[in-house]
Design a protein around this ligand. Structure first.
Ligand SMILES: CC(C)(COP(=O)(O)OP(=O)(O)OC[C@H]1O[C@@H](n2cnc3c(N)ncnc32)[C@H](O)[C@@H]1OP(=O)(O)O)[C@@H](O)C(=O)NCCC(=O)NCCS
Length: 198
């Protein structure tokens, strides 16, 4: 019988990143960032990034101002099974070659509705406004979709203009429901509903 499987050439294979490889992003201001799945190895990067947050950024993410996470929280946020919970971390590269943790985007399936996941994002202040949030949210939605998640649900403070503006850009059809302390947003993850970052 004829073998109908196409064998990729060495040149094509060289273009395919190995599993777990980082995705490189060039931000609008020319700085470099690498995205990769979060593992427990990211704990020191996350702890250091937390210490750089402004009160506003911290409050918008945690709904209270925090600059430190407990060991248990760091463990829960980095030891992820990839099916029930997943997170992407971003590492930024400075001109002198130093690197730092600059962002995390995560989802966790809702217990009684596994096609829905709660999501959250955080970009450290010095790296906001250069397209990283958009890139991380579109990467996060692509991975969730691959794993059978159909919608994201999130809690966003009503005053969080940058987050709503970003949702408008990435998921223009997102729904928004007002609550007392925060708004609940819901995004369909169908490819047609998400605009890949540009
Ligand atoms: C919300 C957040 C994730 C956005 O990330 P970011 O990297 O700063 O955003 P981007 O540079 O990718 O911008 C995405 C879009 O949002 C809009 N936007 C970003 N910052 C904005 C601001 N300060 N004011 C108005 N619009 C803004 C723009 O429309 C932008 O699209 P454009 O660049 O095509 O014009 C980031 O500000 C953040 O981490 N905030 C603190 C934590 C938080 O609020 N998390 C959300 C709740 S879990």
């Amino acid at each position: 019988m004829m073998d109908t499987q196409v064998t990729p050439s060495a040149a094509v294979l060289a273009l395919v990143p190995p599993p777990g490889a980082a995705e490189r992003i060039i931000l609008r201001d020319g700085r470099l960032a690498y995205l990769r799945p979060v593992t427990p190895a990211a704990k020191p990067l996350i702890a250091a990034a937390m210490r750089t947050l402004s009160p506003t950024t911290s409050y918008r993410r945690f709904f209270t101002v925090r600059y430190q996470l407990s060991d248990d929280e760091l463990e829960r946020m980095t030891n992820l099974d990839g099916w029930r919970q997943y997170a992407i971390g971003a590492v930024g590269v400075h001109a002198d070659g130093r690197t730092e943790g600059i962002g995390v985007a995560r989802w966790a399936r809702v217990e009684d509705d596994p096609e829905t996941a709660d999501f959250a994002l955080l970009i450290v202040d010095a790296w906001q406004g250069h397209g990283l949030g958009k890139a991380m949210l579109s990467a996060l939605t692509a991975i969730a979709r691959e794993r059978g998640i159909r919608r994201f649900r999130g809690m966003v403070l009503a005053e969080n203009t940058p987050m709503f503006a970003m949702l408008e850009r990435v998921a223009p059809g997102y729904r928004r429901k007002s609550g007392r302390e925060y708004e609940t947003v819901e995004l369909d993850l169908a490819a047609s509903a998400i605009r890949v970052a540009a």
